[in-house]
Design a protein around this ligand. Structure first.
Ligand code: VG1
Ligand code: CO
Length: 542
């Protein structure tokens, strides 16, 4: 039944920040999926007879790719494949399921926060046995393999029915169609006090969870409405659709505008949240206040011990380099270590495995913990609910009290999207060339303390990752960081991260862009971004 198909290498199959992301039409080219999937299998060793987990966010082309993977994984010799019903499983759930069943690894089909649909994006990511994204050593090897591949193996069988729960066989391989939510929900019940959270909703607490027609709908519906008893209708846009119903499931105040407007208006519920395409990000909005992901990380880390899963306290906090320094203030006060890693969840895996960090987060709305090895949108919501159940205060008061105690890190990210690659590289090179001469220079009120090209030395496996973003640190705690996105599929995306520290409560209520105006001006001046890209303003400001 196994057919060996000759093929030739296809250019550009290099995994980025989080898997291989390309436009759907690129993925639809003959052999494109097969070459990449075979390259993953060719890179791995020792999986014969073992279990592989497969699931995706339901975006356009998900079902077709699931079938290809089932047939190829069977041909490669996996013993069992657990696939989510309908080909669906959120990224955090895949991670949880890999860990629960001691699977060899998993394949996540998603381009996460990138738009979906026939002209949207698709993505494939391999996760290792700890449940986390494959580290660079493996993704580099996969990429190398895509450049030499000459054949792939696939079983010649009809499509497997992935809509009915139960088991089928492809040759000797068992294909098990599983409920994508239940294992995940069970894990959440271990970490959080569901009785206390139910009591919160019983007391009249109201919330809206916007699943943006992506994968978290079934999870939020079952957990928040089903197990916690929130009112029906609390979870909106709860059916995963191939084109996300036209939503751009990147949960920020710009893309989740409907939720944002509701939360800023007179009819706002107590709490608002949203997640992204594959369910690993979270957006947190209180009545009248958007909580920046960096602040959210700091607040959750400071209160994680309220949840039974973290009752013993947390060992350390890890954040990606561009994420604000708010979490550092918390770590300092708690007397625990803070780790600063490059962007991308794969860099947290070793810290979590080694027990050095318990809570991790990124400025891009990713927060998570050692319960799995991915960021986790619904988890972050449940931890916020834990805090709200305990404190019975509005979100805005909790955030203000946090700032009063630790200082406020004003924070914003400016994205310049679809920039011609040469122009984007020109901006980065221009800044890089100034790095040696920047320290000591003054720009108005801001004096550069130090500047570098961020490199990370992994304290666990000793690996080094270079060129992970350009940092300019000013005296007093302000920062400007520049990086090129590793998830975009159109030209280049330049991300500019801006931050200012304000310990004085009298100055903690300024509008964010105004508060950051000096840093923004200096960042523009040093980078020459307006002249070099021809873009007077960023595409997205969050
Ligand atoms: C972006 C975010 C990064 C995140 C990555 C994957 O990467 O900045 O923090 O880990 O997306 O998130 P980049 O390289 O475009 O800046 V997800 O939820 O899209 O898998
Ligand atoms: Co995501």
């Amino acid at each position: 039944m196994i057919r060996t198909v000759p093929t030739t290498p296809i250019d550009g199959q290099k995994p980025g920040t989080s898997g291989l992301r390309k436009k759907v039409p690129v993925y639809q080219q003959p052999h494109y999926v097969e070459n990449f999937v075979q390259s993953i299998f060719d890179t791995l060793e020792g999986f014969a007879g073992k279990t592989l987990i497969v699931g995706g966010d339901g975006r356009f082309y998900n079902r077709e790719v699931v079938q290809k993977i089932l047939k190829m994984a069977a041909a490669a010799g996996f013993g069992r494949i657990k696939v989510g019903q309908g080909g669906l499983m959120s990224t955090p759930a895949v991670s949880a399921v890999i860990r629960k069943y001691g699977a060899f690894g998993g394949i996540v089909l998603s381009a996460s926060h990138n738009p979906g649909g026939p002209d949207g994006d698709f993505g494939i990511k391999y996760n290792i046995g700890n449940g986390g994204p494959a580290p660079e050593k493996i993704t580099d090897a996969i990429f190398a393999r895509t450049k030499t591949i000459s054949e792939y193996k696939i079983t010649d069988v009809p499509d497997v029915d992935i809509d009915q729960l139960g088991e089928a066989k492809i040759g000797d391989t068992v294909v098990e169609v599983v409920d994508p939510v239940s294992d995940y929900a069970e894990l959440m019940q271990k970490l959080f006090d569901f009785d206390a959270l139910s009591a919160l909703f019983k007391s009249g607490f109201t919330m809206r969870f916007d699943a943006m027609s992506a994968i978290t709908g079934p999870y939020a519906k079952r957990i928040i409405e089903g197990l916690l008893g929130a009112a029906p209708g609390t979870v909106v846009n709860d059916t995963p659709l191939p084109d996300f119903g036209g939503h751009h499931p990147d949960p920020n105040p710009v893309n989740a505008k409907e939720l944002y407007d509701l939360m800023m208006g007179p009819d706002a519920p107590d709490f608002g949240a949203a997640s992204d395409g594959d369910g690993d990000r979270n957006l947190i909005i209180g009545r009248g206040i958007f909580v920046t992901p960096s602040d959210s990380l700091a607040i959750l880390a400071a209160h994680a011990d309220l949840a039974p899963g973290y009752a013993k306290g947390i060992a350390g906090i890890a954040r990606s380099m561009p994420t604000s320094l708010a979490a550092d203030q918390v770590a300092k006060a708690m007397g625990i270590k803070i780790y600063e890693t490059p962007t991308g969840w794969k860099f947290f895996g070793n810290l979590l495995d080694a027990g050095l960090a318990t809570v991790c987060g990124e400025e891009s709305a990713g927060t998570g913990s050692n319960h799995i090895r991915e960021k986790d949108g619904v988890w972050a919501v449940l931890l916020w609910l834990t805090l709200l159940a305990k404190r019975r205060q509005p979100v805005i008061d909790i955030v203000r009290e946090h700032w009063a105690k630790y200082g406020r890190n004003y924070y914003s990210r400016h994205d310049y999207e679809a920039v011609p690659t040469e122009a984007a590289n020109g901006v980065m090179e221009g800044i890089r060339s100034q790095i040696p001469s920047l320290p000591g220079q003054s720009f108005g009120k801001l004096k550069v303390h130090s500047a570098d090209d961020f490199a990370y030395h992994d304290p666990v496996d000793g690996s080094d990752s270079r060129n992970q973003g350009l940092r300019i640190l000013f005296e007093g705690g302000s920062r400007a960081v520049f990086r090129l996105s590793g998830t975009g599929t159109e030209g280049a995306t330049l991300r500019v991260y801006l931050e200012r520290y304000e310990p004085d409560t009298a100055h903690q209520d300024i509008e964010t862009q105004a508060a950051l105006s000096d840093v923004i001006a200096v960042a523009r001046k040093i980078s020459g971004i307006v002249e070099k890209t021809g873009m007077a303003e960023p595409t997205v400001v969050t």
